[in-house]
Design a protein around this ligand. Structure first.
Ligand SMILES: NC(=O)c1ccc[n+]([C@@H]2O[C@H](COP(=O)([O-])OP(=O)(O)OC[C@H]3O[C@@H](n4cnc5c(N)ncnc54)[C@H](OP(=O)(O)O)[C@@H]3O)[C@@H](O)[C@H]2O)c1
Length: 254
């Protein structure tokens, strides 16, 4: 087993066990073409900057999400924001860059909102999330973790910083790039985020007030017909359509 690994129930296969683990302090980014970072944000700020000086860094951490020259990217929603990378390189003197993805609850929300936003405009969003334990990382999934015990057979209504992230990131992602900066979408977003005793997959209940009149059929068509740049590019690991509309009375379920 890997020293300190507490997460796997079984020893992983050779593809994982054969990987070389190195302390990030000892890694010279110039030896690599690209970096994927899944670090706690407190650590990501320094480590990602050190790498971005030389190579592109794609990150799950929130460390850089709210900086003006950093796009938070969801390819189905705002691929045009990638142009911010030029400003980022110029501002910081980096040869690489940092491009973070959004918070895990925001990603599903913005993909679902995007077709409605484009077709009808969006004034107000009220969302309640039921987020799985996987969203808390290792501490959510490890059987003996105190955090998991708190959520066991429970609904736990406190995910630090999550509601603020949903508000900020939704407006940044649906914002427009004007003169090299993102003008936020100006949506009045209200978020209540809870952790539930489900291992994987977040579920959300979302009320939307549109700017222009919308019918149920119109919303349904906008969601079902939605295709975006990843579909146009026919990327190999991409879903053929980003949104599925389900009619069963007991769906969706995680
Ligand atoms: N889980 C999700 O669904 C999700 C979704 C979106 C974004 N994020 C973000 O993605 C990041 C990772 O989340 P996670 O859920 O994967 O967390 P996690 O399970 O707690 O994993 C964090 C990892 O970072 C490593 N680490 C900590 N300090 C380090 C350092 N100084 N140098 C190198 N590695 C270090 C940890 O290694 P050790 O175990 O050896 O300490 C651990 O493997 C966080 O910023 C989180 O907010 C997570």
């Amino acid at each position: 087993a890997i020293d300190g690994a507490v997460f796997f129930e079984k020893t992983p296969g050779d593809d994982v066990m054969g990987m070389i683990l190195e302390n990030t302090d000892k890694v010279d980014p110039r030896d690599y073409d690209i970096a994927f970072s899944a670090l706690p944000s407190s650590v990501a700020k320094d480590v990602e900057a050190r790498f971005a000086k030389y190579i592109p860094v794609f990150s799950t951490a929130s460390a850089y999400r709210y900086e003006d020259d950093v796009p938070v990217l969801v390819p189905e929603v705002n691929s045009g924001h990638v142009k911010l990378v030029d400003a980022q390189r110029a501002n910081r003197g980096w040869r690489g860059f940092v491009v973070p993805g959004p918070n895990c609850t925001t990603v599903g929300l913005v993909v679902s909102l995007k077709p409605i936003f484009d077709a009808f405009g969006v004034k107000t969003v009220r969302m309640v999330s039921m987020q799985s334990l996987s969203g808390a990382g290792e501490k959510g999934l490890r059987a003996d973790s105190p955090y998991r015990k708190k959520v066991e057979m429970n609904v736990y209504p406190w995910i630090e910083g999550e509601e603020e992230k949903v508000v900020k990131e939704t407006n940044k992602l649906l914002g427009k790039l004007v003169d090299g900066r993102v003008v936020e979408a100006g949506i009045d977003v209200h978020a209540t985020c809870t952790r539930v005793y489900v291992d994987r997959v977040h579920t959300e209940v979302v009320d939307v007030v549109t700017e222009r009149p919308a019918t149920l059929e119109g919303i349904r068509a906008a969601l079902e017909e939605f295709r975006s740049e990843p579909q146009e590019l026919d990327l190999p690991t991409n879903a053929a359509w980003p949104i599925m509309v389900l009619d069963d009375v007991d769906m969706p379920q995680p």
